[in-house]
Design a protein around this ligand. Structure first.
Ligand code: SAH
Length: 209
């Protein structure tokens, strides 16, 4: 019920129309991905705190990024910043294969437990620095970065398939613009989508610790 209200008011009314994204958001229980203290706020219109000082993004931002990435059922997608695993589960509902990288071991382990419990088998969780991508499964049809980067990491651009889309927040540690990068035969194109505020991407091609 709360999930249906979230979809109507927070997503459809604000322009989320991709049927696959809406179906995934209707199916994945966000409440399973937040800590018990904030469970009753799981479907509210805002980000929530998870372990290790990180946050699970506002539902609208997650849906917006998924829609902007133009996901196809046959695709292979790389996600940077597993966090709670919520967006990972949504991706797993929409595409064939998901690789998700997280730098905090604790977050990756608890995300793994939730995703296993919920029955997702098309997900591979990797612990490490996502700014370097994950070469063994490259190239990716889409890459979603859910932490703020100073610029698009070179390794991620290289690991994007021709025709692939990358959605990432670019800016400083506090405020960013969500950017859609497209890799085309004649080069990269980059368009600015909306203003946003993500936690920083920490790593070799991100911000220092
Ligand atoms: N999409 C997540 C929210 C992620 S918050 C969800 O649905 O819950 C951003 C995450 O990016 C944090 O967990 C943070 O630890 C992680 N992160 C930051 N820098 C990273 C890096 N270089 N590689 C991998 N993960 C990183």
């Amino acid at each position: 019920m709360q999930r249906e209200v979230m979809i109507e008011r927070q997503l459809k009314r604000r322009g989320i129309h991709d049927e696959r994204v809406l179906a995934a958001m209707a199916k994945v229980p966000r409440a399973e991905f937040v800590s018990p203290e904030v469970r009753e706020q799981a479907y509210e219109d805002r980000p929530l705190t998870i372990a290790c000082g990180q946050t699970i993004s506002q539902p609208y931002i997650v849906a917006y990024m998924l829609q902007a990435a133009e996901l196809h059922p046959e695709g292979r997608v790389l996600e940077i910043g597993t966090g709670s695993g919520y967006q990972t589960a949504l991706l797993a509902e929409i595409v064939r294969e998901v690789i998700s990288i997280e730098r905090h071991v604790e977050l990756s382990k608890s995300a793994e437990q939730r995703l296993t419990y919920l029955g997702y088998i098309n997900v591979q969780l990797v612990i490490g620095d996502g700014t370097l991508g994950y070469l063994p499964r490259a190239p990716y049809d889409a890459i979603l970065v859910s932490a703020a980067a100073p610029e698009a990491p070179r390794a991620l651009l290289e690991q994007l398939a021709l025709g692939g889309r990358m959605v990432l927040p670019i800016g400083n540690r506090d405020l960013q613009d969500l950017v859609l990068v497209r890799k085309e035969e004649r080069g990269m194109s980059q368009i600015r989508l909306e203003g946003c505020a993500f936690v920083p991407l920490i790593g070799a091609a991100g911000f220092p610790e």
